[in-house]
Design a protein around this ligand. Structure first.
Ligand code: NA7
Length: 543
């Protein structure tokens, strides 16, 4: 450290996606702090910067998958489609960066290698991959929940002669699959969005499916100007309702418990929601997430639609999900996914009983048979929620490293802070409801709350804020108890860490809902940040 020129900040933020950008704005413009953002990409946008695969689109409606903090911003921006495409969301992120003059405070193409808490100074010492060292009183991670992309270590993967892609690290120039034989491995949300588009272009598409997923139609469309105008007129109220809702999205409310409703009423409700499109299908009934029989009624409705859409019965049977209750893996929202299997150039290979053996120069080997392809698309997901955090060497007090502290599963207080790592705030960490919600609603809540916490510390001479381990234990228990009152932990999902071999199986997000969570966080703030150990001592270094 001594030989290096160091730069001192009040706060250093990791990541310039929607969380990092808004965090920068609040700390810089509202608290007047000296803030630096470090971003590994060449531009802003986070998830929407990296995930440029064909068909990439948000599953939350555009009018609500957007910031609410600025009335001018939400009034002046015009979304074009019900569900925004990746390019449109990225344009929006860039617009926000320009409009609020965020770029001068972001170091692009730079990654954080390590962060070490200096207990004498109550400051973080942060080392980036350009060799620079910075110090900051506060370290705030805005690294995203699905940002550490993962390709399984298939044997022979390096011998493949064709091109390989991961959906989460898609080339910026795009990929032209015209005339090519393409393999897609995986059938999660990214695969379900890209498969119809790749199939329309490629000579031949082979999909390797381990676990079938439930998907509902998006029923995407151009937005009607009158609809945009109406929403804009009502924005203040609608945003507030979204903030206090369970998921940050304004779905039509459930009509009752499955068991209390006649078959006719249930089917009518599901049909209407299916035809309307989107994830609101999952909110038809009160008990789908907690009662397996109720869940089966909804699951069976979707299975029937798959049987209806897919012409070849043996293919339909392979596509029908039976391994997990519907909704316990994030529901996929698609455009023509199931119908794509009616195309002559699309083949579905189940790798459930016979896993992918290896990859050779020519292609993918399953049950002794080689599927020859020119390109392989890995739609194999992410080391979700913890991967991007544990990739950084974060050293807290007494030499503890975050990765080691979380070896048996992540532990946080409110999904925002973790004991032994003072002055570290994590936006949408495990233990927060974020990934079960409209991300932007959760991000704004976290950022506002962290801003309030830092303002409180500044006003009260607090230089060090750590989590009381007792409060953390209680929160971890609460998150766990809440999850186990539902069907969610029964699925081998990335919420459970189940997609990464060896990762502890713990339900990571908080299932209590964003509205209830917000109220709880507000109450904790009002109680003087109950559950935090607030200390004064070391003198602030900047100023
Ligand atoms: P997901 O949802 O984690 O999907 C990854 C897919 O890759 C899933 O179908 C996996 O099957 C499959 N996979 C992973 N490893 C293998 C191996 N070894 N062999 C075969 N198949 C494999 O990631 P996405 O990018 O699609 O979506 C992530 C989130 O982004 C999504 O939930 C939305 O919130 C947005 P598995 O189910 O594990 O058997």
């Amino acid at each position: 450290v001594s030989s290096q020129q160091t730069t001192d900040y009040d706060a250093l933020i990791v990541g310039a996606g929607f969380a990092g950008m808004y965090m920068l704005k609040r700390l810089r413009d509202d608290l007047g702090l000296r803030v630096r953002v470090v971003e590994r990409g060449e531009g802003v946008g986070g998830t929407w910067y990296w995930n440029r695969y064909p068909g990439a689109r948000c599953d939350v409606e555009s009018l609500f998958y957007s910031y609410s903090f600025s009335s001018e911003l939400q009034q002046e921006w015009d979304w074009t489609e019900r569900y925004p495409t990746q390019p449109e969301i990225l344009r929006y992120a860039n617009h926000v960066a320009d409009r609020f003059n965020l770029r001068p405070d972001i170091a692009f193409s730079t990654s954080v290698n390590s962060a070490r808490y200096d207990e004498r100074q109550d400051r973080w010492i942060v080392e980036t991959d350009d060799g620079a060292i910075s110090t900051a009183q506060y370290l705030i991670t805005a690294v995203g929940c699905l940002s550490a992309s993962r390709v399984p270590d298939f044997e022979g993967i390096d011998t493949f002669q064709g091109a390989t892609y991961h959906t989460g690290e898609w080339p910026h120039a795009g990929v032209d699959f015209t005339g090519r034989r393409v393999a897609v491995i995986g059938t999660g949300s990214s695969a379900i969005q890209s498969i119809p588009e790749i199939a329309a272009q490629a000579a031949q598409l082979t999909v390797f499916q381990r676990t079938p997923n439930f998907s509902v139609p998006a029923v995407n469309r151009r937005l009607d100007p009158a609809e945009i105008e109406q929403t804009k007129a009502d924005y203040d109220q609608l945003r507030q309702e979204a903030r206090l809702s369970p998921s940050g999205v304004l779905f039509a409310p459930p009509i009752g418990r499955v068991g209390d409703l006649s078959t006719e009423v249930r089917t009518g409700e599901m049909k209407q929601r299916w035809e309307n499109g989107g994830a609101g299908f999952m909110s038809a009934f009160l008990d789908t997430g907690v009662d397996i029989e109720a869940n089966e009624v909804v699951a069976e409705y979707v299975r029937d639609r798959i049987r209806e859409i897919v012409e070849r019965p043996e293919v339909a049977e392979l596509l029908i999900p039976r391994d997990h209750p519907i909704g316990t893996k994030r529901i996929c929202v698609d455009t023509d996914y199931y119908a794509t299997y009616n195309r002559d150039n699309v083949k579905l290979v189940s790798v459930r009983e016979t896993p992918i053996e290896r990859i050779t120069e020519q292609g993918v080997v399953v049950a002794g048979e080689t599927y020859e392809v020119d390109d392989i698309v890995f739609a194999t997901g992410f080391d979700a929620m913890t991967g991007a955090l544990t990739a950084i060497d974060i050293h807290g007090v007494d030499g503890i490293i975050l990765r080691d502290k979380w070896a048996a599963g992540p532990r946080t207080y409110l999904g925002i802070a973790t004991a032994g790592f003072p002055n570290l705030f994590m936006i949408t960490a495990p233990g927060s409801p974020s990934v079960l919600s409209n991300m932007i609603v959760s991000i704004e809540q976290h950022v506002d709350w962290i801003t309030g916490h830092i303002a409180y510390a500044l006003q009260n001479g607090v230089t060090r804020t750590d989590v009381d381990p007792t409060a953390e234990d209680a929160w971890v228990d609460h998150v766990n108890t809440a999850a186990h009152q539902t069907l969610y932990p029964t699925a081998a999902s990335w919420y459970m860490g189940a997609n990464i071999p060896g990762k502890p199986r713990i339900f990571m997000p908080y299932i209590g809902g964003v509205g209830a969570y917000r109220n709880l966080c507000d109450q904790i703030a009002e109680d003087g940040y109950r559950g935090f150990l607030l200390g004064a001592g070391a003198a602030p270094k900047t100023g």
